[in-house]
Design a protein around this ligand. Structure first.
Ligand code: HEC
Length: 315
């Protein structure tokens, strides 16, 4: 009694909530629930339904415990009565035991000889057990499921297959990426007209990029080079020095030699700033720097005609 009135109450509240939510939804300006749950106008209603649901669950639990106690009492009196009449009392099997027996339909131990196939291997006997009903129903269920799946996904195609679902999600992600890029356009950097400036702010940013992307793991924290990457502080370059070459090397990487293509993960501004930072390390001559590799680079050539000659010279 108590329980049903509570469920009615919860059901009513939930209906009221959804009804109210439907009423308010046309106002597009209303803030979403998760924007500010505490001050949301429907919060008291939600909280009330939540507590009503908790109370309902508690009532159900209490009812079940009471039923169990009742069951024990009934069994006790039945046992007493049987003893008075001199009959041996066999307690009735519980609901759960009956479910398990129905699902397995196993032959009781006492009647095992009925299904004995007569094959005995070192005391291990072979019994002619059938497949348990739960297994057969599961199998039938998969057949029904497969048919429904075939019809819904392949014959009528009104539900999306994995490939379609994937394509759809990729399209949504592409759209989001386009929107994000449109919202904050990235200024492309023309490497051919780029000039090195020892601008303190840019160098500071470049230092941050160098540190945050672990350039130091292959070039050492001070750029002196280690077993993986070359020394970035000397005048010798594998791929040419000067702002254009260094920018291009950092952007495109030398993937087959283990230098990642940073243009894929860093913004053009970050590549420029870290290029300036690497250039600022020139001649810093850190202790135990790696021996020079590559060709000595004539900076004069690049600075006198920085727009045209340098990039083509070594690319
Ligand atoms: C996983 C290791 C690794 C990381 C991380 C790495 N590099 Fe390199 N880098 C290399 C290797 C190896 C080379 C030499 C490529 C070659 O032998 O051609 C190189 C070459 C270079 C060169 C050209 C040197 C020359 O002599 O021409 C520059 C400039 C450079 N790296 C800058 C950077 C910067 C800036 C970062 C961080 C954003 C970075 N590297 C991160 C491995 C790495």
């Amino acid at each position: 009694m108590k329980y049903s009135s509570i469920t009615l109450l919860t059901g009513g509240l939930l209906a009221a909530t959804t009804g109210l939510a439907a009423d308010t939804s046309p106002a597009a300006t209303a803030p979403g629930f998760w924007d500010d749950p505490v001050n949301h106008p429907l919060m008291p209603l939600y909280a009330l339904s939540f507590f009503a649901a908790i109370v309902a669950i508690l009532v159900v639990v209490v009812c079940f415990s009471l039923l169990r106690v009742l069951n024990v009492l009934i069994n006790l009196t039945a046992k007493e009565r049987a003893e008075k009449q001199g009959i041996t009392y066999v307690p009735p099997s519980s609901f759960w035991q009956r479910v398990v027996q129905k699902a397995n339909a196993s032959v009781p131990l006492a009647r095992e000889q009925d299904i004995d196939l007569g094959h005995d291997f070192d005391g291990i006997r072979e019994l002619d057990n059938h497949l348990p009903p739960w297994w057969k129903w599961l199998f039938a269920g998969t057949v029904v499921w497969a048919l429904a799946y075939l019809v819904a996904y392949h014959l009528y195609g009104n539900l999306p297959l994995q490939q379609e679902e994937y394509d759809r999600e990729v399209a949504i992600a592409d759209e989001q990426m386009r929107a994000r890029k449109a919202a904050q356009p990235v200024e492309e950097i023309d490497v051919n007209t780029l000039k090195y400036t020892a601008d303190a702010a840019a160098l500071e940013k470049g230092k941050g990029v160098f540190a945050n992307n672990n350039c130091g793991s292959c070039h050492r924290a001070d750029g002196g080079g280690n077993t993986i990457g070359p020394n970035l502080t000397d005048a010798y370059w594998l791929h040419g020095g000067g702002v254009q070459n260094i920018f291009n090397t950092i952007k495109a990487g030398v993937v087959e030699k283990g230098m990642p293509a940073w243009g894929k993960t860093l913004s053009p501004q970050d590549v420029r700033d870290v290029t300036f930072y690497v250039m600022s390390l020139q001649g810093s001559n850190p202790a135990n720097g790696k021996a020079p590799q590559g060709e000595i680079f004539q900076e004069t050539q690049a600075t006198t005609d920085s727009t045209a000659a340098a990039p083509q010279a070594s690319l």
